[in-house]
Ligand binder design. Structure first.
Ligand SMILES: [Zn+2]
Length: 284
């Protein structure tokens, strides 16, 4: 049913109209997680035709000068959250299209055999419900299925240091905290240690220059923003839908979650922001 809706919206001309009105003079930031190389090939073939892919740093540079006027029409930034192992297999596709991307890493999970809690919980615990619990309650529930943040498993889920090194010439790596807690459910001291700790480790051990944070699950509040700024990050990325211009709060950058899909109609509709816009209209 949803597929049919995406197809109809794609063909209706609404996407084109919405893009011309809302997207042309703004910067769109897209969010992927762990797409297959085939899905990424399809996505980049479409995106490079219909957007001008710029780096996150280019947008921030423009903001520093006070205006994004010099940026191209339909500028878009491609981002990935978590630092999934599968991201490495996307490198040839990015090389082929010669476009930049930013990958947000969990500093305590990359280059280890530790697991992402939400992947471990999948099928065993109600993940969405866990996201609403206090940090300690969430960890307690996870320990019921044998999950521990520090535990090393037989399989690797995140990128290795070597893979990160190989991707670095083209791919920008930034911070997604240490273990992917829901920051708004953490005490302030923990927010501080995970934000500072991730930045420090990624810079010292991986030689990266960390200026951006993607809030896990897109969740943030005033304390999160205060700590993000104090830890030395120059911006914070949410999953609030919409576009970014000269006036967007740098600690509330908007991103469109486009789903790691192989379906072209869904990609066309979601990358335009129309889908998220219609969903918000329905809610209000
Ligand atoms: Zn994440």
């Amino acid at each position: 049913m949803k597929n049919l809706i995406f197809q109809l919206l794609d063909r209706s001309g609404l996407v084109r109209l919405f893009r011309a009105l809302k997207q042309r003079r703004a910067v769109t930031i897209l969010l992927f997680h762990d797409p297959s190389p085939a899905a990424m090939e399809m996505a980049l073939a479409y995106l490079t035709e219909n957007y001008r892919i710029i780096s996150l740093a280019t947008y921030l540079e423009a903001r520093k000068t006070g205006t994004t006027e010099g940026l191209p029409d339909y500028a878009a930034v491609i981002t990935f959250d978590d630092g999934h192992k599968g991201n490495y297999a996307l490198l040839p596709v990015f090389k082929k299209y010669g476009v930049p991307a930013t990958v947000f890493l969990c500093s305590a999970i990359v280059d280890t055999q530790r697991h992402f809690w939400f992947l471990e919980a999948e099928g065993q615990l109600p993940v969405e419900e866990l996201k609403g619990l206090s940090n300690q309650e969430r960890l307690d529930r996870l320990s019921e299925i044998g999950f521990e943040e520090q535990k090393e498993y037989a399989t690797r889920q995140a990128l290795s240091a070597q893979e990160i090194g190989e991707m670095r010439p083209l791919i920008d790596f930034q911070s997604h905290t240490r273990f992917h807690p829901i920051l708004t459910n953490c005490r302030q001291a923990r927010v501080r240690t995970t934000l500072q700790g991730a930045k420090q480790k990624l810079e010292e051990q991986f030689g990266l220059s960390i200026y951006a944070l993607a809030y896990p699950n897109g969740d943030y509040d005033a304390t999160t923003i205060e700590e993000t700024r104090n830890a030395g990050y120059r911006c914070g990325l949410t999953v609030d839908h919409g576009f970014n211009d000269d006036t967007t709060d740098l600690y509330r950058l908007r991103r469109l979650d486009v789903n790691d899909t192989c379906n072209i109609h869904e990609l066309v509709v979601k990358s335009s922001g129309l889908w998220q816009h219609l969903k918000a209209l329905r809610r209000s």
